[in-house]
Design a protein around this ligand. Structure first.
Ligand code: HEM
Length: 146
Protein backbone atom coordinates (compact mmCIF):
# COMPACT_ATOMS: atom_id res chain seq x y z
CA UNK A 1 0.00 0.00 0.00
CA UNK A 2 1.36 3.40 -0.96
CA UNK A 3 0.58 6.45 1.17
CA UNK A 4 0.98 10.01 -0.05
CA UNK A 5 2.34 12.63 2.32
CA UNK A 6 -1.14 14.19 2.36
CA UNK A 7 -2.81 10.93 3.33
CA UNK A 8 -0.29 10.40 6.10
CA UNK A 9 -0.88 13.92 7.36
CA UNK A 10 -4.66 13.37 7.34
CA UNK A 11 -4.35 10.15 9.33
CA UNK A 12 -1.98 11.78 11.82
CA UNK A 13 -4.32 14.73 12.24
CA UNK A 14 -7.40 12.55 12.87
CA UNK A 15 -5.47 10.26 15.20
CA UNK A 16 -4.25 13.28 17.16
CA UNK A 17 -7.87 13.97 18.12
CA UNK A 18 -8.60 10.41 19.25
CA UNK A 19 -8.97 9.62 22.93
CA UNK A 20 -7.80 5.99 23.01
CA UNK A 21 -9.69 5.13 26.19
CA UNK A 22 -12.99 6.89 25.49
CA UNK A 23 -13.18 6.28 21.76
CA UNK A 24 -11.95 2.70 22.14
CA UNK A 25 -14.71 2.05 24.65
CA UNK A 26 -17.29 3.67 22.36
CA UNK A 27 -16.18 1.68 19.32
CA UNK A 28 -16.12 -1.69 21.09
CA UNK A 29 -19.48 -0.93 22.76
CA UNK A 30 -20.99 -0.16 19.37
CA UNK A 31 -19.57 -3.37 17.93
CA UNK A 32 -21.17 -5.42 20.72
CA UNK A 33 -24.54 -3.66 20.51
CA UNK A 34 -24.89 -3.18 16.76
CA UNK A 35 -23.52 -6.63 15.85
CA UNK A 36 -24.59 -8.66 18.89
CA UNK A 37 -23.16 -11.94 17.55
CA UNK A 38 -19.71 -10.50 18.28
CA UNK A 39 -20.54 -10.92 22.00
CA UNK A 40 -19.83 -14.63 21.71
CA UNK A 41 -16.09 -13.97 21.62
CA UNK A 42 -16.22 -12.06 24.87
CA UNK A 43 -17.95 -14.55 27.16
CA UNK A 44 -15.32 -13.86 29.83
CA UNK A 45 -16.37 -10.19 29.98
CA UNK A 46 -19.51 -10.79 32.07
CA UNK A 47 -22.79 -9.00 31.48
CA UNK A 48 -23.21 -7.67 27.92
CA UNK A 49 -26.97 -8.19 27.77
CA UNK A 50 -28.05 -4.61 27.05
CA UNK A 51 -26.69 -1.21 26.07
CA UNK A 52 -26.10 0.04 29.59
CA UNK A 53 -24.46 -3.22 30.66
CA UNK A 54 -22.08 -2.99 27.68
CA UNK A 55 -21.23 0.67 28.11
CA UNK A 56 -20.71 0.26 31.87
CA UNK A 57 -18.59 -2.88 31.54
CA UNK A 58 -15.02 -2.20 32.73
CA UNK A 59 -13.64 -5.11 30.69
CA UNK A 60 -15.15 -3.66 27.52
CA UNK A 61 -13.51 -0.38 28.40
CA UNK A 62 -10.09 -1.94 29.04
CA UNK A 63 -10.30 -3.98 25.88
CA UNK A 64 -11.40 -1.04 23.72
CA UNK A 65 -8.28 0.71 24.94
CA UNK A 66 -6.12 -2.27 23.85
CA UNK A 67 -7.72 -2.45 20.42
CA UNK A 68 -7.32 1.28 19.68
CA UNK A 69 -3.76 1.22 21.00
CA UNK A 70 -3.04 -1.51 18.46
CA UNK A 71 -4.62 0.64 15.72
CA UNK A 72 -2.47 3.57 16.86
CA UNK A 73 0.62 1.43 16.75
CA UNK A 74 -0.25 0.25 13.22
CA UNK A 75 -0.64 3.92 12.23
CA UNK A 76 2.96 4.45 13.36
CA UNK A 77 3.95 1.73 10.86
CA UNK A 78 1.87 2.69 7.81
CA UNK A 79 4.48 1.48 5.35
CA UNK A 80 4.61 -1.91 6.97
CA UNK A 81 1.14 -2.61 8.41
CA UNK A 82 1.00 -6.20 7.23
CA UNK A 83 4.11 -7.37 9.01
CA UNK A 84 3.38 -5.13 11.98
CA UNK A 85 0.01 -6.87 12.54
CA UNK A 86 1.23 -10.35 11.73
CA UNK A 87 1.21 -11.56 15.32
CA UNK A 88 -2.25 -10.17 16.08
CA UNK A 89 -3.60 -11.68 12.87
CA UNK A 90 -2.25 -15.11 13.85
CA UNK A 91 -3.65 -14.89 17.39
CA UNK A 92 -7.11 -13.81 16.18
CA UNK A 93 -7.10 -16.64 13.63
CA UNK A 94 -5.54 -19.51 15.54
CA UNK A 95 -6.21 -18.82 19.22
CA UNK A 96 -9.30 -16.59 19.31
CA UNK A 97 -11.00 -18.01 16.18
CA UNK A 98 -12.51 -14.63 15.34
CA UNK A 99 -14.38 -14.62 12.03
CA UNK A 100 -12.38 -12.07 9.98
CA UNK A 101 -15.65 -10.52 8.70
CA UNK A 102 -15.78 -8.91 12.14
CA UNK A 103 -12.64 -6.84 11.49
CA UNK A 104 -14.65 -4.96 8.87
CA UNK A 105 -17.44 -4.42 11.40
CA UNK A 106 -15.03 -2.98 13.92
CA UNK A 107 -13.52 -0.71 11.26
CA UNK A 108 -17.05 0.47 10.38
CA UNK A 109 -18.01 1.33 13.96
CA UNK A 110 -14.74 3.19 14.38
CA UNK A 111 -15.72 5.36 11.40
CA UNK A 112 -19.05 6.13 13.10
CA UNK A 113 -17.28 7.06 16.34
CA UNK A 114 -14.84 9.34 14.47
CA UNK A 115 -17.61 10.96 12.44
CA UNK A 116 -19.64 11.67 15.59
CA UNK A 117 -16.57 13.09 17.27
CA UNK A 118 -15.16 15.20 14.44
CA UNK A 119 -18.47 16.37 12.99
CA UNK A 120 -18.00 18.58 9.93
CA UNK A 121 -14.20 18.09 10.11
CA UNK A 122 -14.81 14.48 9.06
CA UNK A 123 -15.17 15.53 5.43
CA UNK A 124 -15.69 13.10 2.54
CA UNK A 125 -11.97 13.42 1.74
CA UNK A 126 -11.00 12.57 5.31
CA UNK A 127 -13.40 9.62 5.30
CA UNK A 128 -11.92 8.41 2.01
CA UNK A 129 -8.42 8.33 3.53
CA UNK A 130 -9.76 6.64 6.64
CA UNK A 131 -11.52 3.94 4.59
CA UNK A 132 -8.22 3.25 2.85
CA UNK A 133 -6.62 2.83 6.27
CA UNK A 134 -9.46 0.54 7.35
CA UNK A 135 -9.07 -1.62 4.26
CA UNK A 136 -5.34 -1.87 4.98
CA UNK A 137 -5.92 -2.84 8.63
CA UNK A 138 -8.61 -5.39 7.75
CA UNK A 139 -6.45 -6.97 5.04
CA UNK A 140 -3.45 -7.15 7.40
CA UNK A 141 -5.48 -8.68 10.24
CA UNK A 142 -7.08 -11.17 7.84
CA UNK A 143 -3.74 -12.17 6.35
CA UNK A 144 -2.94 -14.79 9.00
CA UNK A 145 -6.09 -16.73 8.08
CA UNK A 146 -4.78 -17.85 4.72
C1 HEM B 1 -7.62 -9.53 21.81
C2 HEM B 1 -6.59 -5.99 18.65
C3 HEM B 1 -10.69 -6.92 16.28
C4 HEM B 1 -11.80 -10.33 19.52
C5 HEM B 1 -7.02 -8.46 21.16
C6 HEM B 1 -5.82 -7.80 21.62
C7 HEM B 1 -5.54 -6.82 20.74
C8 HEM B 1 -6.56 -6.84 19.73
C9 HEM B 1 -4.37 -5.82 20.79
C10 HEM B 1 -5.03 -8.16 22.85
C11 HEM B 1 -4.04 -9.22 22.45
C12 HEM B 1 -3.14 -9.56 23.58
O1 HEM B 1 -3.42 -9.19 24.73
O2 HEM B 1 -2.16 -10.27 23.27
C13 HEM B 1 -7.61 -5.98 17.71
C14 HEM B 1 -7.66 -5.06 16.59
C15 HEM B 1 -8.82 -5.32 15.92
C16 HEM B 1 -9.48 -6.40 16.64
C17 HEM B 1 -6.59 -4.01 16.25
C18 HEM B 1 -9.42 -4.65 14.71
C19 HEM B 1 -9.10 -3.45 14.27
C20 HEM B 1 -11.37 -7.89 16.98
C21 HEM B 1 -12.71 -8.34 16.67
C22 HEM B 1 -13.03 -9.30 17.58
C23 HEM B 1 -11.87 -9.46 18.46
C24 HEM B 1 -13.56 -7.79 15.54
C25 HEM B 1 -14.30 -10.10 17.75
C26 HEM B 1 -15.46 -9.78 17.24
C27 HEM B 1 -10.78 -10.39 20.41
C28 HEM B 1 -10.79 -11.25 21.59
C29 HEM B 1 -9.59 -11.01 22.26
C30 HEM B 1 -8.86 -10.02 21.47
C31 HEM B 1 -11.91 -12.20 22.01
C32 HEM B 1 -9.14 -11.64 23.58
C33 HEM B 1 -9.82 -10.82 24.66
C34 HEM B 1 -9.49 -11.25 26.07
O3 HEM B 1 -9.93 -12.32 26.46
O4 HEM B 1 -8.78 -10.50 26.76
N1 HEM B 1 -7.46 -7.85 20.02
N2 HEM B 1 -8.72 -6.77 17.70
N3 HEM B 1 -10.89 -8.59 18.05
N4 HEM B 1 -9.61 -9.68 20.37
FE1 HEM B 1 -9.12 -8.31 18.99
Amino acid sequence: VHWTAEEKATIASVWGKVDIEQDGHDALSRLLVVYPWTQRYFSSFGNLSNVSAVSGNVKVKAHGNKVLSAVGSAIQHLDDVKSHLKGLSKSHAEDLHVDPENFKRLADVLVIVLAAKLGSAFTPQVQAVWEKLNATLVAALSHGYF
